[in-house]
Design a protein around this ligand. Structure first.
Ligand code: TXA
Ligand code: MG
Length: 325
């Protein structure tokens, strides 16, 4: 069957109602969150969840983040041990995901948690996503709305470019404000593990929950988002060093560059622009036939750690062969 592409829905009452209707019927809808766009399906519907993996071309059934509208809905699917309550009170709704023990009878498709005894849960703040969750009345599984291993989507156009007909609809609420994925934490009775740096800076987490133990080991089953090659543009990305003739440059702070993360050196702006900047640089590199994109590293504090983490995963080491997808 030939199709004219996904339905593009406005983030108004009619668009939100249509998004919820498609999700209730087992559809795939790309939805805005404050971090990145998510590729959403009804988390209680195994067939719908399976379609997420097919659409993304994910090599394996990695566990997905479940999105719910409030903490009461979190308690229906998961337990809240350790510092979970304090973190939830401080940072939900917002750019934080907690990996929590799955409750018996939670009703989620086992594909969502890839058979693990834990589930990753998030209460997103985005008003359009909040409205979809409330209208649907069921938890929503949603990884980032990009083909596996590629740059995350922070606009509806990125979703359409990357996934096209693989999604039934895109709910377009404009660019995402945070721009990098949620920070993933595992609050456990023995302490707090940090599984992925993200839109909630570590400093903010530790001010509420005390010290965390980073657990960013590449390739760990628990957080395959830690896959070493991830977020990659089509043209090889190099970090730092002196630009060579013809390369496309991505800058930070004052100074000439083809694309800038933030001309004023603002890390919040840089995070919100990160994936759009990579998409822009990639398009420019393709148009110019450039051999490489070269990006400046940002300071390693606050959101800077999440930005540098994403850049390193997107990059190839100079002189090394490009890693396998
Ligand atoms: O900001 C975000 O987090 C976005 C928006 C759409 O919510 N979502 C997102 O999802 O980034 P995804 O699938 O690209 O990344 C989810 C990460 C993966 O690395 C996955 O392995 C990890 O969460 N994860 C999911 N369930 C887990 C679990 N039970 N234990 C440990 N890690 C888990
Ligand atoms: Mg992702």
């Amino acid at each position: 069957m030939s199709r004219a592409g996904p339905e593009i829905l406005a983030a108004d009452a009619a668009g939100i109602a249509r998004a919820a209707e498609l999700l209730a019927a087992g559809g795939l809808v790309a939805v805005p969150t404050e971090t990145v766009y998510g590729l959403a399906a009804d988390a209680t519907d195994g067939r719908a969840v399976a379609r997420i993996f097919a659409a993304k071309g994910r090599p394996a059934f990695n566990p997905l983040i479940v999105h719910v509208p409030d903490v009461a809905a979190v308690r229906r699917i998961a337990e809240m041990p350790g510092t979970a309550e304090a973190l939830a009170g401080a940072f939900w709704p917002g750019p934080m995901t907690l990996v929590l023990p799955l409750r018996d009878g939670a009703g989620l498709s086992p594909l969502v948690s890839a058979g693990l005894p834990t589930v990753a849960v998030r209460v997103p703040a985005h008003p359009a996503m909040q409205a979809v969750l409330r209208e649907l009345g069921r938890p929503v599984a949603a990884p980032s709305a990009n083909p596996s291993g590629r740059i995350s989507a922070t606009t509806a156009q990125h979703v359409i470019d990357g996934l096209g007909d693989a999604v039934d609809a895109v709910l377009d609420a404009g660019p995402c404000t945070v721009g990098v994925e949620s920070t993933i934490l595992a609050p456990e009775p023995g302490g707090l593990r940090l599984l992925r740096e993200g839109g909630l800076p570590r400093e903010a987490v530790e001010a509420v929950a005390g010290p965390s133990v980073p657990d960013l080991t590449p390739g760990r089953i628990e957080a395959p988002g830690q896959m070493e090659r991830h977020y990659a543009p089509g043209t090889p990305l190099l970090i730092g060093g002196r630009p060579r003739a013809g390369e496309v440059t991505i800058g930070f702070g004052p100074g000439a560059a083809d694309v800038t993360l933030s001309a004023t050196g603002d890390l919040v702006e840089a995070a919100s622009r990160l994936f759009a900047a990579l998409h822009e640089a990639d398009a420019l590199a393709a148009a110019r036939g450039a051999a490489a994109i070269r990006v400046t590293e940002v300071p390693e504090t606050g959101l800077g750690r999440a930005i540098n983490d994403r850049l390193r995963r997107a990059a190839v080491r100079e002189g090394a062969d490009q890693p396998d997808a």
